[in-house]
Design a protein around this ligand. Structure first.
Ligand SMILES: O=C(O)CCC(=O)C(=O)O
Ligand SMILES: [Fe+2]
Length: 268
């Protein structure tokens, strides 16, 4: 039997139609969960343009969470239990400051069950963020991992930080087959308080030799392969929200002056 190009195109159209209807169905089944947005877009770009921008640049950072939500999440992160995954220690934020910090070297601590915080739950089902994510991913993401953690300002060595899994080295993430990260600074962040750094465009533009290495890449290799103008440092006041295709190279600077509270939604 001969197979012609036309048959392939026909088949592709059928697959696209099936995907489209499956997505509409997924979204419809999800409709009752979706909540009004808490996020403001500070540029004139619409959802399609934002998605295109991320396809080209790996990120988009002109979003802002309202200040009331910021205040509520920070307050909750200061009362809820924190857990250090590297050693199992558990404490609250005030306990960390009074009792833990003087005796232990702690890089980061996760807020337990962040989805229990009302504003975090609302962000996980935020209509606008879900619309952007589905536009970028090409399907409606019904799954989302939610992480909220403190990165403490202290003088740990890079080795101590690595041993506690703090991502201070360039790497790219693989989270299932397809994924999309939405992150929020809940404290003011600059280069001395845990700024996130990413290599613009590197979600598609990786040299074969870099791909075959482990996902963690030495600093020199990044500087050899990418222009300094492609290295983007994201700084901003509490409430700054950025979107990222985390298959780009990225890392966090170690905070030395101010603790950072960071919320991350991983849609997949
Ligand atoms: O802490 C950061 O800014 C980066 C975190 C990160 O690389 C990750 O969660 O995959
Ligand atoms: Fe990462």
């Amino acid at each position: 039997m001969d197979i012609f190009l036309g048959d392939f195109i026909h088949l592709e159209n059928i697959i696209l139609s099936i995907r489209k209807y499956r997505n509409l169905f997924r979204k419809k089944n999800f409709d009752h969960l979706i909540l009004d947005t808490q996020v403001i877009n500070e540029s004139h770009l619409d959802i399609q343009e934002i998605s295109l921008y991320i396809h080209q640049n790996s990120y988009y950072d002109q979003l802002q969470l309202n200040q009331q939500s910021v205040a509520s999440i920070v307050a909750a992160a200061k009362t809820k239990n924190l857990i250090v995954s590297a050693n199992g220690l558990s404490f609250t934020y005030p306990e960390y400051q009074d009792q833990i910090k003087p005796f232990h070297k702690i890089a980061t601590a996760d807020v337990e069950q962040p989805i229990e915080i009302k504003e975090v739950y609302k962000l996980r089902y935020d209509s606008y963020l879900l619309d952007i994510s589905s536009q970028y991913l090409g399907y409606y993401p019904t799954n989302c991992d939610v992480k909220l953690w403190w990165s403490f300002a202290d003088n740990l060595s890079p080795e101590e930080r690595r041993s506690q899994f703090q991502t201070i080295d360039y790497h790219y993430d693989i989270h299932g087959f397809n994924f999309f990260y939405i992150s929020f600074y809940l404290t003011d962040v600059d280069v001395k308080s845990g700024a996130h750094i990413l290599v613009k465009g590197s979600h598609v533009n990786k040299k074969m030799s870099m791909l075959l290495r482990s996902a963690r890449v030495p600093e020199e290799l990044i500087h050899q392969n990418y222009s300094p103008t492609d290295i983007i440092t994201i700084e901003g006041k509490a409430g700054k929200c950025f979107l990222e295709d985390a298959s780009c190279f990225h890392k966090a600077l170690a905070p030395i002056e101010r603790d950072r509270l960071f919320l991350q939604l991983r849609y997949f």
